[in-house]
Design a protein around this ligand. Structure first.
Ligand SMILES: [Cu+2]
Length: 223
């Protein structure tokens, strides 16, 4: 592989070779050895091996281009103020849980190291629950994940500044944990919470809170 090899203007300075057979290059570790890659400088009359390293699996082809073609155009994170998702929460103060018939919309935020809200009451068997999770981080390389036990969808991966939705149809009454699935800091495992699922026909009102196992008093409607 030569950088730009599939373009009209290949960059003829380097060559990468992917090698299936690597005997004599690595310490013997078993009947199979790691596949190897090699980087050559081909700018002179005689090519020179400048790096020789194990690589993953059995690669058959690759592409490379000069970093200068990409560097200035890459997105490091999405600006939260530009997020136009109709289910965005641009800050923790705007998070909420809203019932619409048998649909429950959870407007949630994720930032190191908690989910807001992290305690939800009033979901009932027969509901469809939509977790609209906004990663409100504004920093490079801090995705968060989201999963809830029993969801048919494995998980979400949410980039900084983005909103993504996970649908969950609870199939049992109980306290169901949800959690961040992307290791995001030393306190990653703090990024978790619980949703209570009440029986169908229950009159438990929707309420939610963060950092406590008590619902906010103002989120409980007056009797
Ligand atoms: Cu996280």
């Amino acid at each position: 592989m030569i950088p730009g090899g599939d373009s009209k203007k290949p960059t003829g300075k380097y060559l990468v070779a992917y090698n299936k057979i690597t005997k004599d290059r690595f310490l013997p570790t078993g009947p199979e050895l790691a596949q190897s890659a090699q980087l050559f400088d081909i700018s002179g009359d005689k090519m020179q091996l400048i790096l020789d390293y194990p690589t993953i699996g059995e690669p058959h082809y690759a592409q490379a281009v000069a970093a200068s073609l990409i560097r200035d155009k890459s997105v490091k994170f999405f600006k939260i103020e530009d997020n136009s998702n109709s289910y965005v929460s641009k800050g923790e103060a705007t998070t909420k849980v809203v019932r619409e018939g048998n649909k429950v919309h959870v407007y949630m935020t994720a930032i190191r190291s908690h989910l807001t809200p992290d305690n939800i009451e009033g979901i009932k068997l027969g509901d469809e629950v939509y977790f609209h999770v906004t990663n409100i981080e504004q920093d490079w390389d801090v995705p968060h994940g989201f999963a809830i036990k029993g969801a048919a969808t494995g998980e979400l991966l949410i980039m900084p500044g983005e909103t993504t939705t996970l649908k969950w149809v609870p199939d049992r009454v109980g306290i169901i944990p949800f959690y961040c699935t992307d290791f995001c800091s030393a306190l990653h495992q703090e990024m978790s919470g619980y949703a209570r699922v009440s029986p169908a026909g229950s009159t438990v009102p929707i309420s939610f809170s963060t950092g406590t196992n008590q619902p906010k008093s103002d989120s409980i409607p007056a009797k």
